[in-house]
Write a protein that binds this ligand. Structure first.
Ligand code: MGD
Ligand code: MGD
Ligand code: MO
Length: 768
């Protein structure tokens, strides 16, 4: 049985919150972004290291930024091809601080667990392989660590008792080796962060259009005249997207935003990058000016009201703008239009107004904009993917695009904006619990073994399987599984039930503190660091959100001589565990990544002549839907019909979305400010509509507990300060990961199994 202390340690401490509330900003980026970039870099890295980092990031001879998956231009890149958020990610990795053996001798895992996530992050880079002995981590040799892993893995009754998690910073080369290892070991248990992220997008689009990836590329933003941004906060999470948006605006495009929050960063932007200004004399005045307006029409939708908004827009187009329907495209390339067109009149305006919370006049206005579009792009992210009906909603977005023929046309298409910098590449490389048979067949052909046929566990299934003893060894290639996953206390119990948990990491996080009976930390090189192997200096490759493959070459000296690269670590575990039965020369591949890329070139379509092409330049992967070739079961793009989900709130309940602040990368907390939304010095806040605060008899600044539970088990997140904010009635917002304890493990998106972490039903409880 877990003790109350154990449960408490699974979560960041519920400290009295010091959050202060200011006015939200009026314009994104600008001078404060420059100040943050320089101040953070200077503090963490010192001036020389900082300049080297900023000079090499996202350059073709440098490394790929560790932050988001937004693409860099194919052609000429600016001198500073990065943003404030990227600077924070770089500073976090290239910091001169170290958490070495002395640190762990001093700090037990219990005392560490009492610290905040921001404090854990601040302790610096991990330097040595570590094993947990008693309540302290102690150094262990690499060989002894691999021997321990091999012993535990080979002692399992079935390979399916192990699960191999991947987070999206992992390179293509490491990912390819890792999935090969898991499958040769005998399991498809390859959960990844995508299961909690854009899985819903992949599932939805594969059914609609036969491709689970964005159909646009960066230059489409220069050709578009209409952009919808649905459930995404680019100013914080994909700041370089603002450059594309600003350019599109200057070229006359219109932007419609759909979001429950009025996100200040979507209203106006001032680009802080001098490279954006052809006339350098204009730079300073423009930086001091009021910036460029981004959003033309802001639909402040109720949380999970998007399906209603989208159906409303399409109904309005059918009724009021039949000329905007691309009949030739629909006739040649799609199926299911009749059923779709018959369903919209059956959906009533009352239903649309109720479920969306958006005034109908605004829905018609959005329809007018969509109907006049010659080339429309729809962008979305977590605001759509993390709901129970996420797959259906995303399919409505695709319906809207299909209606106007906006797929496979210059300046138009679907743009699911990925999170982690290589999350898309990892899946392309075979990180996935149910890869298509064609991929498994290609593995068989290349490596002369039969991969397991049975579908493996994703994230939620892995947690449940660990919880009830079906998975006993858990290995994580990056990430922070405990804090990123839903239902924190349940997930902590699951991890504690394991025989062995292994974290391959760069920095300390809470997943190192809540462990199986035995635990290892294997510290690895970050992307910015030089990677020397037996065959000389190596580079890796990554795929961005638009299917462009980029090389990434580290430039800094490693944070410690004990660090090893991810491909080397994976190869070593595989060699130790599988021995000669594998037939793969693992250490040969770890010594020369060209050999890994040669395998990839024969296994993964689109990577032919990989080594040669990546040395010449970045390259685009093929995307059939972009060519209007729709590889669905009927060979056409499909209109799909869905009902608007019924609002599911009981009286006194709120629907809560858990979102990112401006000062975090997922579970890595850089600082306590959310500059654009005007929150300073704290994270335990709950954003509510002022009328709801009054109705509940609460006051701004009051500290409350948040309670959820849909399966008979009550979950409590303590000490959240009430903040009035522009958000629809009966909606609430908190920050992730503090609120993850409230997300029930059973509350997932249909078809994608993604935790519904933006549709959490909560109650607000006064503290006595
Ligand atoms: N700085 C920084 N950059 C990041 C990350 C980070 O943590 N920090 N994380 C990376 C990762 S892995 C990812 S996946 C992306 C995430 O990027 P985003 O998806 O932009 O991240 P979130 O903060 O989760 O917020 C989503 C937005 O959805 C809105 N939203 C919530 N519920 C709904 C809804 O029901 N309908 C609509 N229309 N909108 C809704 C919220 O108000 C918020 O504006 O960013 C990546 N980049
Ligand atoms: N409630 C709620 N939960 C969510 C979300 C949400 O919006 N709301 N978002 C979900 C989403 S979109 C995602 S993607 C997941 C994120 O889940 P994860 O990807 O598992 O989490 P991160 O916080 O990105 O992982 C951070 C850790 O990765 C390690 N790391 C950093 N760089 C490297 C590297 O180069 N190599 C290795 N090996 N390790 C490295 C560091 O030790 C760091 O502490 O969380 C999900 N959870
Ligand atoms: Mo993500």
């Amino acid at each position: 049985m877990a003790s109350a202390d154990d449960d408490r340690h699974a979560q960041p401490p519920a400290e009295p919150d010091e959050a202060r509330v200011e006015d939200p900003v009026r314009v994104a980026a600008g001078i404060p972004a420059i100040v943050e970039t320089v101040a953070r870099g200077w503090r963490e890295m010192g001036p020389a290291r900082m300049l080297s980092m900023y000079r090499h990031v996202n350059q073709k001879d440098g490394f790929d930024c560790q932050s988001c998956a937004w693409p860099s231009p194919d052609g000429n890149r600016k001198v500073a091809e990065f943003c404030e958020t990227g600077a924070k990610a770089m500073a976090s990795e290239a910091t001169t601080k170290r958490a070495g053996p002395d640190f762990f001798a001093k700090w037990s895992i219990d005392r560490l667990a009492d610290q905040t996530d921001a404090w854990l992050e601040e302790q610096g880079r991990l330097t040595h392989p570590l094993v947990l002995r008693g309540r302290h981590y102690e150094p262990i040799s690499w060989d002894a660590a691999f021997a321990l892993m091999s012993r535990e893995l080979n002692a399992l009754a079935s390979p399916d008792e192990a699960s191999f998690y991947t987070s999206g910073r992992t390179s293509n080369e490491a990912a390819f080796l890792y999935q090969l290892f898991a499958r040769q070991f005998g399991t498809n248990n390859l959960p990844d962060c995508s299961n909690m992220c854009h899985e819903s997008s992949g599932v939805a689009m594969k059914e609609n259009i036969g491709v689970g990836k964005a159909t646009v590329s960066l230059d489409d933003f220069e050709k578009t005249d209409t952009i919808f941004i649905i459930g995404q906060n680019p100013a914080t999470n994909h700041p370089r997207m603002l450059t594309a948006l600003e350019r599109a605006k200057k070229a006359g495009a219109r932007i419609v935003t759909v979001n429950p929050f009025v996100e200040p960063g979507l209203l106006r932007v001032k680009n802080p990058n001098p490279g954006e200004y052809r006339n350098k004399l204009a730079y300073l005045p423009r930086l001091l000016g009021s910036g460029t307006k981004l959003t033309d029409l802001y639909l402040q939708v109720r949380i999970n009201g998007d399906a209603a908004v989208l159906k409303g827009i399409m109904k309005s187009i059918l009724e009021r703008h039949p000329e905007a329907i691309d009949e030739p495209f629909i006739a040649s390339y799609t199926s299911g239009y009749e059923a779709f067109a018959a369903d919209l009149p059956a959906t009533t305006w009352d239903e649309i107004a109720d479920a969306s919370g958006v005034p109908l006049a605004q829905i018609h206005e959005a329809a007018d904009i969509a109907a006049s579009a010659k080339a429309m792009i729809c962008c979305w992210a977590m605001g759509l993917t993390q709901h129970r009906n996420a797959v259906d909603t995303i399919q409505e977005v695709v319906n809207l695009l299909l209606l106007g023929g906006h797929i496979g046309r210059p300046g138009a298409g679907a743009c699911c904006v990925r999170g982690h910098s290589n999350v898309q590449g990892d899946r392309t490389m075979g990180i996935g619990h149910n890869m298509p048979q064609s991929f498994l067949d290609a593995l068989t052909k290349e490596f002369a073994f039969t991969p397991p046929a049975k579908s493996g566990f994703d994230v939620v299934e892995t947690i449940k399987a660990m919880h009830d003893g079906r998975v006993k060894v858990f290995i994580a290639l990056g990430g922070n599984f405990l804090s990123a996953s839903p239902d924190t206390v349940y997930t902590a119990q699951a991890l504690r039930s394991c025989r062995l948990t292994v974290q391959i990491s760069t920095k300390l996080n809470r997943s190192h503190l809540v462990t199986g009976e035995q635990a290892l930390i294997l510290p690895c090189l970050g992307r910015s660091e030089r990677d020397m192997q037996a065959g000389g200096e190596q580079f890796v490759t990554v795929e961005d959100s638009m299917g462009v493959v980029n090389p990434s070459r580290g430039r800094l000296d490693p944070a410690s001589p004990e660090l090893r690269s991810e491909p080397w670590i994976v190869a070593s575990v595989a060699a130790a565990t599988l021995g000669p039965r594998s037939g793969v020369d693992w250490m040969g591949r770890a010594g020369n990544y060209d050999l890994i890329r040669d395998h990839i070139s024969r296994v993964v379509p689109g990577f032919e002549r990989y080594n040669e092409r990546i040395r010449a330049d970045v390259f685009h992967l093929p995307n059939a839907a972009r060519e209007r070739e729709f590889r669905t079961d009927v060979g056409k793009a499909k209109f799909l019909v869905h009902r608007i989900p019924k609002p599911e709130l009981a009286p006194g309940e709120f629907l809560m979305m858990s979102v990112r602040s401006h000062d975090q990368f997922n579970t890595t907390i850089y600082g306590l400010n959310d500059r654009y939304r005007g929150i300073r010095g704290g994270r335990r806040v709950v954003f509510l509509n002022a009328a709801d605060i009054a109705d509940e008899g609460l006051a701004a600044g009051q500290v409350v507990d948040l309670v959820s539970g849909c399966d008979g088990r009550e979950r409590v997140a303590e000490r959240f300060k009430v903040v009035p904010y522009s958000i629809p009635r009966h909606c609430a917002a908190t920050y992730y990961p503090e609120a993850n304890v409230l997300v029930p493990i059973s509350s997932v998106a249909e078809k994608s199994n993604t935790p519904a972490s933006k549709s959490v039903r909560i109650r607000i409880r006064r503290r006595s």
